[in-house]
Design a protein around this ligand. Structure first.
Ligand SMILES: Nc1ncnc2c1ncn2[C@@H]1O[C@H](COP(=O)(O)OP(=O)(O)OP(=O)(O)O)[C@@H](O)[C@H]1O
Length: 238
């Protein structure tokens, strides 16, 4: 679903991603776990086409980001770290706006909005201004928006920042259900070990390098710790 080959990204002399190689299989929930400054946002910015890669190749659902950018980006759904709803518009109008940008037919957009609102328990909020929703509900609207055009791969960048523990858990559970029941493919960037521990696979990123890759228990063992948290702290202390 996603293939990254030899990806290097620099800011001047700083190498933020260093010859990164990565494959994500369809229908999986992968956590990209890294401390502040590891390169998670940089990777997401390259994957979502905000920056062209300095070196290397990214392919999304078989489409090269460099050679077929429109086709590759159309297969992506992204929830960025920074909230990005128009708070003065209703939830429905936020979603419709995105549907138009993605070129969806009006009837398909309305059906998609209704289905996603039901799935994320937002039906009663559809005609309310986004401003009146809780932080957790706003995030779910952003998630619904990212899924509206049926992307092959969903990128979530530190999507639980600012949410209370219950909303965090709910968002994760909703996504895991999406992976199990709808075959979604999710790449979830986080610096929170408890979130990564719930993924099928954990990629540990530090100083632009992948330190470990595998199910949480395999990564824990490989990095040498009693728990994933202990192993992660040990591996990323310098
Ligand atoms: N626009 C920029 N200009 C210069 N350096 C940058 C820029 N953006 C990020 N960096 C640097 O690149 C490295 C990777 O940063 P990045 O934001 O990708 O990490 P991150 O894992 O997303 O961290 P965080 O969890 O803090 O968001 C860091 O050393 C950071 O200071």
């Amino acid at each position: 679903m996603l293939s990254v080959r030899g990806l290097t990204q620099r800011y001047g002399a700083l190498v933020a991603l260093d010859d990164l190689n990565l494959d994500i299989a369809p229908g999986s929930f992968t956590a990209l776990l890294g401390p502040n400054g590891a390169g998670k946002s940089t990777l997401f910015q390259v994957l979502s086409g905000l920056y062209a890669a300095d070196e290397g190749e990214v392919t999304v659902a078989g489409c090269s980001l460099a050679r077929q950018p429109c086709a590759a980006l159309a297969r992506l759904g992204v929830v960025f770290q920074q909230p990005s709803l128009d708070l003065d518009l209703t939830v429905r109008r936020n979603l419709r706006f995105h549907a138009r940008l993605q070129g969806l037919l009006a009837a398909d957009a309305e059906a998609g909005i209704a289905a996603l609102a039901q799935r994320f328990r937002l039906t009663e909020q559809l005609d309310l201004p986004a401003r009146t929703l809780s932080g957790g509900q706003r995030r779910k609207v952003e998630l619904a928006r990212a899924l509206l055009h049926g992307p092959a791969l969903l990128l979530m960048d530190e999507a639980t920042v600012g949410l209370d523990p219950r909303s965090r858990q709910e968002l994760l559970a909703d996504l895991q259900a999406g992976v199990r029941e709808q075959g979604l493919t999710v790449l979830w960037a986080t610096h929170l070990v408890d979130e990564a521990a719930q993924a099928d696979r954990v990629l540990v990123l530090h100083h632009g390098h992948l330190l470990a890759d595998g199910p949480p228990e395999v990564v824990t063992q490989r990095l040498g710790g009693q728990t994933l948290e202990a192993a992660f702290l040990r591996a990323t202390q310098h």
